[in-house]
Design a protein around this ligand. Structure first.
Ligand SMILES: Cc1ncc(COP(=O)(O)O)c(C=O)c1O
Length: 430
């Protein structure tokens, strides 16, 4: 029996099925390559879901973590605070957009960062309602499930959810929902459901992650900013998937020249170690009373040490420029595939930096989503040694999130596998 099969059997018996996984058991990984327990090598175009922007085990990140473990691993910031927390807060305050005083708090997961952004927004404004977007994903805790705009599998059977959360339509260019239509949906919420004066915050992903790599038009983000200004609503940019150089800027919202009041970040920040943050206007971040924010593990010294190294690597290796370069290289290849008659199943190719999506449809006229081809393609690519992820409310999109440190030969190797796998899957259908 293979080591993979043996682990799959134990996995099935010991772990709940609600945690869905690939059948690929990691043994070791380095930069953009991963080897499974049977010694098979993969190119990793998932990067632990946009976590490993600096690659698996970047030497600088590993050295920073090793150094931190030599002195202490946990004290709890509330009990015995440490410089690493303050130093990274200063660095993120300087890096986040906005020419005003900022403060940063650290927690552990993306969902926790979103929870805390909502907490401080409510405390500061004294208002309860929050507006999120259809197709958005913000996490799996109770509040973040409420904010998430996709029922199955994230919300199904888990309610009731916290009240006062409303969903507006997110613009989706490829589905004919432009900025004007999306904003009309928001206006309808103000008419039908809640008056703007009761809304504490609008939370938006500049590029929807789980929802399908839908890129918010820049004028949409600018209009949201204007609406927030008009009504005293706070704008929260959820940059948990889009941030930390992934889209070619430190934060994706910078492409639109929009300054949010609060930014949530996680994933790429810790370079493979759990760390998340909320950075925002100092007066908003200071609204909560002492003891209202934090947590036992909030701002782990290990995660903070890793994050300092991640930010150093982004600067030293110019990873924002690399994200643009990798995205363009992938984009060119997918555009070329999409032009071929044999690949008419490709309905759209889009990217912002190294957040690249290939959307699959049954045909171009109906644009009906084709989830089957995506699952077959991902399975076939895995057999051939390439790790891919799907996304989208209809699970018909392949998303590509290669580490930004990946050598270009491995980008090409991965793209060759993608093409070979798609050729086979399409061939089998005919
Ligand atoms: C935009 C966004 N927000 C929040 C989250 C939740 O993060 P976590 O899974 O670390 O709780 C994710 C995770 O995919 C995300 O992509």
């Amino acid at each position: 029996m293979s080591a993979t099969k043996a682990l799959a059997d134990r996995h099935k018996a010991a772990v709940p099925r609600g945690i869905s996984t690939k059948t690929l058991y990691a043994a070791r990984a380095q930069n953009a390559e991963l080897w499974d327990v049977d010694g098979k090598r993969y190119i990793d175009f998932a990067a632990g879901i946009a976590v490993l922007n600096t690659g698996h085990r970047h030497p600088a990140v590993m050295a920073a973590v090793a150094q931190q473990t030599e002195v202490f691993t946990h004290t709890c910031f509330n009990v015995a605070p440490y410089e690493a927390y303050i130093g990274l807060a200063e660095r993120l305050n300087a890096a986040a957009p906005g020419d005003f005083a900022k403060k940063t708090m650290f927690v552990t997961t993306g969902a926790e960062a979103v929870e805390n952004a909502v907490k401080v927004a409510r405390r500061f404004t004294g208002r309860s309602a929050v507006i999120a977007f259809g197709g958005g994903f913000h996490g799996r805790t109770m509040m973040t499930m409420a904010l998430t705009g996709k029922v199955s599998p994230y919300k199904k059977g888990f309610g009731p959810f916290p009240a006062e959360v409303y969903h507006a339509p997110f613009p989706k260019q490829s589905h004919g929902i432009d900025t004007a239509k999306a904003l009309e949906g928001l206006r309808q919420i103000f008419l039908n459901d809640v008056e703007p004066a009761r809304v504490s915050a609008i939370i938006v992903e500049p590029v929807q992650g789980e929802g399908g790599f839908n890129i918010a038009p820049f004028d949409f983000l600018q209009e949201l900013r204007a609406i927030c200004n008009e009504h005293g609503i706070l704008l929260i940019a959820d940059e948990i998937q889009t941030g930390i150089a992934r889209t070619g800027r430190m934060f994706a919202i910078q492409h639109a020249d929009v300054v949010p009041d609060l930014i949530t970040m996680a994933k790429g920040l810790g370079g493979g170690f759990p760390l998340s943050a909320v950075t925002g206007r100092a007066e908003i971040m200071d609204a909560a009373d002492p003891g209202g924010l934090g947590g036992t593990y909030a701002g782990s010294p290990i995660g903070l040490a890793a994050a300092q190294a991640v930010l150093d690597v982004i600067e030293a290796e110019d990873l924002c420029a690399r994200a643009t370069e990798i995205g363009q290289r992938m984009r060119n290849r997918f555009d070329e595939l999409a032009r071929r008659n044999s690949f008419s199943c490709i309905g759209d190719v889009r990217n912002l930096g190294a957040m690249v999506a290939v959307e699959f449809v049954k045909d171009h006229d109906s644009r009906k989503p084709d989830a089957e081809i995506v699952s077959a393609l991902i399975a076939n690519a895995q057999e051939k040694g390439l790790i891919l992820l799907s996304c989208g409310v209809d699970a018909n999109i392949v998303r590509l999130l290669a580490p930004l440190t990946i050598p270009m030969e491995q980008v090409d190797e991965g793209l060759d596998i993608f093409e070979a796998a798609l050729t086979e899957v399409v061939g089998k259908r005919q």
